[in-house]
Design a protein around this ligand. Structure first.
Ligand code: SF4
Ligand code: SF4
Length: 296
């Protein structure tokens, strides 16, 4: 069924109008083909996320029940969590590498349009399982998803991707998959008995050249906000620069951007359309690959 799911996703990514830039920006794809990884609901790593990600981060079984899906004996062991890596296209990456002070318009639009596409991907994957008589839900779409205390949330797609063996964290606090860090992530929980993807390493930073070998730090050079240093990523500096980018690019791109809603502290709020920043992801060794796969 994993193979069928991947074919389903490849068709969706190829044919969905939601995965397209507007015609005035060439009408090309936002994301190239995805990869997926699958974790099991009773993996002890999900309990660990309450310590390392956020105290209110939910296990897949907690999210399942919060989404009003049925309890059953040994529920965690019956759940599978599919994490989906959506890589930005080389067209968007090439334009973004030329940007200097503000990100490339094509990236800002792609990053903004990506939200509606990701929501559709999760809904369609849920339907894929329902049509095969299984149940499914998505943490990001659940009423139990919440952002609280500034940067903490009840469901972190990067942590879900780590659990699913898709890659690791990094100096710039992105997620380095085999298709690089210039990606977006989404996930679906199901009771379909899919084969689990083994993690290559339990080291949460093993794909980053800095943490693995003490080299690189190219993301630090690229960040205009000086939000990255040998001590890691400063969320507040990054957030502050992100608001500057958002104000300027929203003024420039205006109505071409799609509106955006998010659940924050229990309330669904309309937010200024997000447009990203991501200078730290472009023109760096981890942009489009796992750089450690090329190290001896
Ligand atoms: S640019 Fe280098 S140091 Fe920064 S996250 Fe990527 S691999 Fe790690
Ligand atoms: S997103 Fe922008 S501000 Fe934040 S770390 Fe990356 S380059 Fe710096």
């Amino acid at each position: 069924m994993k193979k069928l799911l991947l074919i389903f996703l490849e068709n969706l990514f190829a044919n969905s109008q939601l995965n397209r830039l507007p015609e005035s920006y060439g009408g090309g794809r936002i994301f190239s083909n995805p990869i997926i990884g699958i974790s099991k609901g009773d993996d002890p790593v999900f309990d660990k996320f309450k310590e390392v990600a956020a105290p209110r981060h939910m296990t897949p079984a907690e999210m399942w029940l919060a989404s009003r899906l049925p309890e059953e004996t040994n529920l965690p062991s019956k759940l599978r969590i599919i994490s989906i890596v959506c890589p930005f296209t080389s067209e968007i990456r090439e334009e973004s590498m030329k940007a200097k002070v503000m990100p490339a318009e094509i990236y800002c639009i792609g990053r903004n349009y990506a939200n509606a596409f990701k929501i559709d991907v999760m809904k369609q994957v849920i339907r894929f399982f329902q049509q095969k008589d299984f149940l499914a839900t998505a943490g990001m779409l659940s009423e139990a998803f919440d952002i609280y205390s500034g940067f903490l949330s009840t469901w972190s797609e990067r942590h879900i991707a780590f659990a699913a063996g898709l890659g690791t964290f990094s100096l710039h606090e992105g997620f380095i998959s085999e298709l690089g860090c210039n990606i977006r992530l989404c996930s679906v929980i199901t009771n379909a008995p899919l084969e689990v993807t083994p993690r290559k390493s339990n080291d949460p930073y093993s794909n980053c050249l800095y943490y693995a070998k003490g080299t690189c730090r190219k993301c630090e050079e690229k960040c205009p906000a000086k939000a990255i240093s040998e001590n890691g990523h400063d969320k507040l500096k990054c957030w502050t620069y992100g608001r500057k980018v958002e104000a300027e690019m929203n003024a420039l791109l205006g109505s071409i951007l799609k509106p955006h809603w998010r659940r924050v502290r229990g309330e669904v709020r309309e937010q200024k359309p997000p447009v990203g920043c991501a200078f730290c992801q472009y023109g760096v060794p981890c942009m489009d690959k796992n750089p450690m796969a090329y190290e001896k």
